[in-house]
Design a protein around this ligand. Structure first.
Ligand code: CA
Length: 399
């Protein structure tokens, strides 16, 4: 670090040169001009303007109002752009130019960074699925017979994915309270969160050609934090036999920053030991594949107080397995597809990712005015840490 270098960061900063997540921002001066930003320290680099100033071949992609064109460009371009950004932000020769395109984070407004194509939500934590199974089906097996043979998922509502900071209006709907014969209608009394990790698809795939686990990095552009807001009373009444519907579809919050998969190299870990043999397309015990898991340390806070610290490394099913599973029938990927991990819960009582589990089904659930914030970090190179963008949302009364 050079004395007086405006780009110097403390070594333990969560958003240093090995991170460089992407987002979309506007400034107060030009509130209608959406631009791609790259987070560096507590600043946002106007990536398109910097790319033009440096004569980058990728200036057009970085001048877009959303990440989708960059996401669609494929892994070679993602790597090339990342190398350029790193160079602009760390090489002395570029400093004078690049500082002109940095905005303090506090001066910008962040927006949903990509247009969401399809949204799929999985159910990949054995601890979560077991805990919820016991609460929802106390007289049956906690895990359904299929659970250890395939990553269970459902299609959610892409159009209600919102960026961190967007208020969440308490949903209304049908629910049948315990002991009642007839359902009634009204605001959910059991509004909950689900701490999850979202994976953002960049490169599309060809219809009728399943995507192998080994091709995960060719297709997945990045990672975000995700809160799958859930109305437990609506969900419990409606979910049999086709799964979640209106109890989930009112809002799903994602972080404003998408962390490139390439920034998480040091965080790759093997998935936990499986107790059941897997069909070949899901088997990840082969020696040549990179580890399927990610060591992401999540923290859940309610009104500023820490509730739990779910460890993503404990997830039974990996994102690569989920990708292989959701294309194995020939369904193709589109740029902007978002698939979420499912609630992240670990084995310990302070590692649970939703209020349903934290209160063993009893509540209290979220009150109007409550604000929930998810943060996370992952191990980076040389002992550094890679921060994921936070995702927060405040509950507003039913309208
Ligand atoms: Ca979920």
């Amino acid at each position: 670090m050079t004395e007086g270098n405006p780009l110097a960061l403390p070594e333990d900063h969560l958003f240093g040169p090995d991170n460089l997540p992407y987002g979309v921002f506007t400034t107060e001066e030009e509130p209608d001009l959406r631009r791609i930003g790259v987070r560096y320290g507590d600043s946002v680099l106007d990536a398109g303007a910097a790319a033009e100033a440096f004569g980058s071949p990728h200036a057009e992609l970085l001048r877009a109002a959303l990440l989708n064109p960059l996401m669609a460009a494929g892994r070679d371009v993602w790597r090339a752009v990342r190398a350029e950004l790193r160079g602009w932000l760390t090489e002395d020769a570029h400093r004078e130019t690049v500082v002109q395109y940095l905005h303090p984070l506090t001066d910008v407004t962040m927006h949903l960074p990509f247009e969401v194509a399809d949204y799929v939500d999985f159910y990949a934590s054995e601890h979560h699925a077991t805990n919820v199974g016991r609460i929802f089906r106390p007289d049956g097996d906690a895990l359904t017979p299929n659970w250890k043979h395939l990553p269970i998922g459902y299609h959610g509502r892409a159009g209600t994915v919102v960026v961190s900071g967007t208020p969440v209006v308490r949903p209304q709907g049908q629910r049948r309270p315990k002991g009642e014969e007839q359902p009634s209608f009204g605001p959910s009394a059991r509004l909950d969160i689900e701490a999850e990790v979202g994976f953002v698809v960049g490169s599309p795939s060809t219809p009728a050609r399943p995507v192998a686990q080994a091709d995960f990095r060719e297709h997945v552009f990045g990672v975000c934090l995700l809160n799958d807001w859930s109305a437990r009373d609506i969900q419990a009444w409606e979910y049999v036999p086709l799964g979640p519907f209106l109890g989930k579809s009112f809002a799903t919050s994602v972080s404003a920053w998408v962390t490139p998969v390439d920034a998480l190299d040091e965080a790759r870990v093997a998935a936990p030991e499986r107790t059941h043999a897997l069909l070949p397309y899901l088997d990840d015990t082969g020696g040549s594949q990179e580890p399927g898991g990610f060591d992401l340390r999540i923290s859940v806070a309610l009104n500023g107080e820490k509730l739990s610290e779910p460890p993503f490394s404990a997830m039974y099913w990996t994102a690569a397995q989920q990708l292989a599973h959701m294309t194995v029938n020939g369904a193709s990927l589109r740029t902007g597809d978002l698939f979420a991990s499912g609630t992240v819960s670990g084995p310990e009582p302070d590692q649970l990712g939703c209020l349903l589990e934290l209160t063993v089904g009893k509540g209290p659930f979220l009150q109007d005015g409550d604000e929930v914030t998810l943060t996370a970090w992952a191990p980076g190179p040389d002992g550094s840490r890679i921060g994921l963008g936070e995702v927060s949302g405040k509950v507003h009364p039913a309208s």
